[in-house]
Design a protein. Structure first.
Lengths: 333, 333, 333, 333, 333
């Protein structure tokens, strides 16, 4: 799903309506003149530096910001400039066949009357927000671009809960396996999921800080009312982080369960060895005794001496088996 | 105990008396007119959004608050608005047959002259407070709604101590099992209780912060006198958290005890194997020696040669047994 | 040592002298009239609520304080009121036969010219302070009640050092056992001592905070000079906490030593099994070989064939033993 | 690559051009007169104290600074003086043959119109910056010495990412080995890489603090514009530290994988022992039984008695093998 | 090296010169009259309370300070009084034969024109400072007593680096032993070194805080210039603490290496047992088979039947050995 060709979409809107334009190249966009108050410009595909340069020039983005947008391994953060806020966050997706999480960097630039969003791949992350903007009632169009920015972040954070569910499901499957089928590859699997929980935490933790700052501090870009909503997503990120902690604790517990299953299996194996050895040893000794070449030995000449010997063997084995039975050693689990 | 039908109870009270009304539907409540100074409205069952909408409109609750009340997985918190405080906490219950804790979200809205409480199920959490309100002496009715809110939170926190006792009891039972009957399922059990201690901690920790804020900061909703009482519950939450830490440490220690019991069991098994093997080996060798076919061998022709051989076997076994006895290997524990 | 009957002692003192009165009931005390400037009222036994109520009324103690004094599982803390400071701390004692620590709650109320102390049992904790008050020189009587309160807390903190010594002694004994006699019950013992170190830490940690607050903040109850002394006990509590950390680290290390001793024991057992098995196996094989029934076999007809076979067995065993000797396997430690 | 002879390079530059001089001895430099506004003096090799003394006198460096420059085991830090800032950081390099990181101390002194850099060895760390200064366009020459200092630090921090890649590669190789070839030397290897991650963390953590301070605080040495760039490297150091945390977590996980691989190998070995023992035991018993010397025994006189016995042995072994097969014990992995 | 008799040395100095006096008793010192501006009084041996009392009276030391000087288990700290600063730190020494660290309390009282130092034993800790004071150039005598105090602390901190080297050397030796000769006593040794690293950390950590306070805060006792030097030792203590962290991590890693070596040794032993058992088992079975008493058996009557049987035994053993060879089981490491 690597974006072959960059794709630029422009949504103009105000309380009276909305219009959408899609540019196939950055040249097309040059002739465009603005007709509505608020703009949302979305860019998929960051490998053409000309696009970034053009947008940077139009919206007067600082060179450092342009660099950060193109470098898709940024840590979530917010940078405040006189004309705009620059915010980085991460969008997470679950790759069901590979059973792992993938993540994409989302850059959001919030100006007085515009929102710019940038990402490498067309993930469809923002589709729900687009639908709400296009909605007949237009409730969302009445709000400023700060509310749009809020809605975009909210969409990202909502996804984190879904990702948490995936991680929990994975952890539960692994627990089941650790209890019943402990194999070394399971350990690598546990560590892989731990690694994903960790990388998700690395995306959410700084975002929490960003939201805390934005929702508390007085700034020009978010109205007091929208800040209430930011506070709400802040609460959600705290919740996500706590749940991630739980998932990590669960995974750490899994390691204990795994190691303990391996130990138990060793115990079982040693026990089987012991039981079998001791069942056969007395019998082997008895056979050896009656195989001795003494000229005078009891029983040898008896007609049913052989069967007496067999009986002794059986009896010894039965006695041993009974004593193991009392200790519950005969069930292998 | 899932609430089939939402149930709305209204308590009006002032220092002179108290009246209780139960509405079967939200429509009924529309005709109600207020007759006393202070109101406590309690709602069980949150699945009918119409009720929430109606109450929200009457008491002018912010849409975000309404949403938070309905989303019953909130983290405990307090949000201060101009007209009211919104507070979320969790009520814990012990499910004896399943030997685990259950929890319900409690939402409390405290206004100048009203308290609203919301929860999904009719847990009876607030029954003691109702009794105190109805009491003849009316000491509690003389206080403002802030004291009622305090009393409600106090009831929740008192329960935490009972839950702690349940967790400690579970931990002690598990310790007993870990020392005497270490089975892999025990480990899963230990992790389950750890998980519950963790989820309880997640409910109490933020509540502690909430109470700290409310008891220190100057706000319009709690009088200085009630704040002293809040400080007192704050101390209780600190105490609960410390005890939870102790329970968690105990459970972590349990893991060590469990793993060590498993190790000891392995040692015991190997020891039994060693003892039995070495008791039979010399005897088997002696039998083998006298089973050799040399034409000239000592003892073979002796009349009591056989018994000499048996004596050698018994002697070797006795010697081995004695040397194990000195090492205390013969007791299996 | 459970107090059968509450016991109330009143010490009145000023720089000129001291008088002591012991009340057998709360009624007796009603007729008492004060004759000296400073008062120290001590109560042993808290199960009679009438006493608390009477004292509470006389000294105008807030209902919450009265409740806290009776609830003997409080966390150490200080509450400042207009007329007095309320301080909770814990007294520790070492129960030599049971080899464990016990603790009692001490409540201290410091007013402008009085000190009240409450505890469940007559532990004798404050006897040294009483002696100093009664002393001829009267140096202590010249100080205000704040200095008395300091002296009381100082007595408690000094005991913590003695308790630390007991814990260290226990830890050292356990280390000795872990190295030489690792048994599962030892692990339970280690965890018990860990638990006690933990509970002591829970008593000292908040007291440290209390002393930090009292020694720094400006308040009416402690003079600047006494605050210097509080600072000194504050330093002591920090020292106690660091030493407790050390004890806890030692105990955590003990677990490693214990587990490693168990592992080493397993190694030793497996080694003994291996040595014995391999000493007997070649001999058994040789016996088996000469027990075969081939018509033509070497040595069988030789006069000293039997002794050659025995020599082979001994030689094989000696060879095996020598190779184990070189590996240092023959010493069981 | 130990610098045999100290080497001093002087770059003078302003927006109009750049001139470079290389001094072979400190005497040569005495006759030098400055011709351009900004100076960058770089010294390789710190073992000649005369050089340091001369430079210290010329640029009036505080004796403590001179000492710190010569002591190449400093912790990264910044010291602010009236005339200059003194900054210490570390340059990391990867020694491919030895598969380990090496590090060198870099001292940077930033004055109003000069930058001094000192390091023990000529690592080529700053070559990219020199190239940018010499570039035709001269964009960099237009900036003040603060921007030069930023560029130097930026070069160091960029290298940290390359070092991270090396560490990750090492960790992955070790994981592969831990899963398939667990040897004790691997553990020493894991600890060595952990040690290097730790030493890198010790270099980056304080640098992060330095950059945080410089980018936030108002000081005379960095313009507001350059501080934006410092903020950017600050973000990079945060990123490096988080990635280092991940590497360390990975290495800690490796230990678990290693120990678990060793355990699994033990299980496998015990299993093989058990399987082989139990395959041969019943056969040995049967052989013993038919080797007994009873006068009357079944089968002995039968023509195909021998083959019946062999069949019994084979049958017993096959039965045992089949029961192990069902347990999946016959595959050694 | 316990000081038998207290020893009091007085150094008077100013920029023009220095004079040293040694008092054998406190009485002698009474007749002394001061002749130079700055004084350094050093006391070895604290068991004679009369000395402390006399000095305390002369320099008007607060009773608490006198008590702290005599109690040689203080935590490092600084107490500021109107007339002087009281500072406690620890001097560390390495006891080469016992391979462990020892430590002594150093008390320093810094007044406007005097420095007092107290320690239990004559460790020679301050000899280098005395040399510098006596030096011809007299650079140090020109500074105030605050610089003397700095020089004394600096000497202590410099020693910490030497102690660190000793700890690192011990850790490396232990690592070597853990890899090649894992014995239970090694674990006790590892824990002992951990314990020493811990006790050193307990001495350095609070000193760091003390130096941070002194170097930052404005106080009358240290000039701004000396504070720069204190800042420098502060940096050193940070460095020491970080290195101590590294040593502790190394020691924690050692435990893993030790436990893993023990595990590997168990694996080796089990492997040897398995190899030997399986080499002898088939041969024993073959001998048993040809020892059976069937009337008709193949090979028995053949002239070289015996050698065929021996060949079978050898072949089976060789086959087994070859299969172990392929698995690399025959090398015991």
């Amino acid at each position: 799903m690597k974006t072959e060709k960059p794709s630029i979409t422009l949504l103009e809107y105000d309380s009276t309506g909305i219009s959408e334009i899609r540019f196939d190249s950055i040249e097309e966009s040059r002739n465009f003149t603005r007709s509505r108050e608020k703009i949302w410009l979305n860019v998929y595909g960051l490998h053409d530096p000309a696009i970034m340069a053009e947008i940077g020039r139009r919206f007067r983005l600082h060179p450092l910001i342009q660099e950060d947008i193109l470098n898709t391994q940024q840590r979530p953060k917010v940078d405040e400039f006189a004309e705009y806020l620059y915010l980085v966050a991460r969008y997470f997706d679950y790759d069901a066949p590979a059973r792992c999480l993938t993540s994409d960097q989302i850059s959001i630039v919030l100006g007085r009357n515009f929102v710019l969003t940038f990402q490498e791949r067309a993930t469809g992350a923002f589709e729900p927000v687009r639908e709400r903007l296009r909605a007949e009632t237009g409730a969302m169009r009445a709000h400023g671009p700060d509310y749009l920015a809020y809605a975009l972040i909210d969409t990202l954070v909502d996804r984190y809960f879904i990702m948490l569910d995936h991680l929990s499901d994975l952890a539960e499957e692994l627990e089941e396996s650790a209890l019943t089928r402990p194999t070394p590859s399971l350990l690598a699997e546990i560590n892989r999921v731990k690694h994903e929980a960790r990388s998700m935490r690395r995306a959410v933790w700084p975002l929490r800080e960003v939201l805390n700052t934005l929702s508390r501090a007085d700034n020009d870009f978010f109205t007091a009312d929208t800040r209430l909503y930011l506070r709400d997503i802040y609460d959600h990120t705290v919740h996500v982080l706590e749940s991630l902690e739980s998932v990590r604790d669960l995974l750490a517990d899994l390691l204990d369960i795994y190691l303990s299953s391996v130990s138990n299996r060793l115990n079982t194996e040693v026990r089987i060895l012991t039981v079998l050895t001791t069942l056969f040893m007395p019998a082997t000794l008895i056979a050896g005794i009656f195989g001795m070449n003494f000229h005078e030995m009891p029983l040898l000449a008896d007609a049913d001496g052989f069967w007496v010997a067999m009986g002794l063997m059986g009896g010894a084995a039965a006695f041993m088996a009974a004593s193991f039975w009392r200790r519950n050693w005969l069930k292998t689990q």
